[in-house]
Design a protein. Structure first.
Lengths: 156, 122
């Protein structure tokens, strides 16, 4: 099922989700929807109690993760979809990004060394580094024919 | 409102790019085109004025990386000013604040190109 919510609709929806604990959004695999998802992540983060500064970092991590799925896992196939699920608990906010493209596993992730990067600048690899720096946990897994990127931010 | 709009202007021999909105995978081509356009026209003293930049993802950082070598080879530089807190956090987290000069205000960034201290002289 595909949801496309305006920012105002999203805000109203977010105000209700914390009782149920979960929120789910499915977007087409197109970069034009990045802004919608990052706004959702930012508003959810603030509603969950994070500072504006931390909420901005969460939204960047989500931007990077969804971009990786669209560009690399799906190789820009606009007919695919990305499922975004937010799960809330008193101690954390979890962002689960699910897709059916070519996923990563934890053992395949190689983060660039920032010090090395400064000495030898190059394109690529920075998105994963931002995700790992801006979130408390980032995990990649595959199951049931789907791949998942799970990012966790601890609250409080 | 558009996701990204870009203004380009000149001041004291410095080309100023002022993006408003978001630079991410969706809008990066627009930003890249503006930056490439300046370099193709041999404008090598470039200021990225970030006062209205709400965020920049790694796609945007890659666009800057793609031009910095040719800019510096030609005696110029790309410097940054007026970064919002979260934009600074992105640059700083990735070590870009060691690669690029960052100024609080535009006027200081412009002046830096005219200081007689070596490579950044315009």
């Amino acid at each position: 099922m595909l949801f496309c919510l305006s920012i105002n609709q999203m805000g109203k929806k977010l105000a209700r989700i914390f009782d149920s604990g979960n929120f789910r959004l499915v977007i087409p695999s197109q970069t034009r929807y990045l802004n919608l998802v990052t706004n959702l992540a930012k508003r959810a983060s603030v509603a969950a109690g994070l500072s504006d500064s931390d909420a901005a970092k969460v939204s960047i991590a989500v931007d990077e993760a969804v971009t990786n799925i669209i560009l690399h896992a799906y190789q820009n196939d606009p007919e695919k979809s990305v499922e975004v699920e937010l799960r809330f608990s008193p101690s954390s906010m979890e962002i689960h990004l699910l897709h059916t493209g070519q996923g990563l596993r934890d053992d395949q992730v190689r983060l660039p060394d920032p010090n090395e990067y400064v000495k030898h600048p190059r394109k690529g690899g920075l998105g994963l580094l931002l995700m790992s720096r801006f979130m408390d946990e980032v995990r990649f897994m595959e199951y049931g024919g789907r791949s998942e990127c799970c990012m966790i931010k601890h609250l409080g | 409102m558009a996701d990204l709009s870009i203004q380009v202007r000149e001041l004291d021999g410095v080309s100023i790019i002022e993006p408003s909105g978001f630079i991410n995978a969706h809008t990066v081509r627009q930003f890249e085109t503006a930056l490439e356009g300046l370099v193709k026209e041999e404008h090598y003293n470039i200021l990225l004025q970030c006062i209205n930049l709400n965020y920049i993802s790694s796609a945007g950082l890659g666009a800057i990386m793609g031009q910095i070598e040719v800019v510096r080879e030609n005696g110029g530089d790309i410097v940054l000013s007026n970064l919002q807190e979260n934009v600074f956090a992105i640059f700083d987290t990735l070590g870009f604040t060691q690669l690029y000069k960052v100024f609080d205000i535009e006027a200081d960034a412009i002046l830096s190109f005219n200081k007689p201290d070596g490579q950044e002289v315009g």
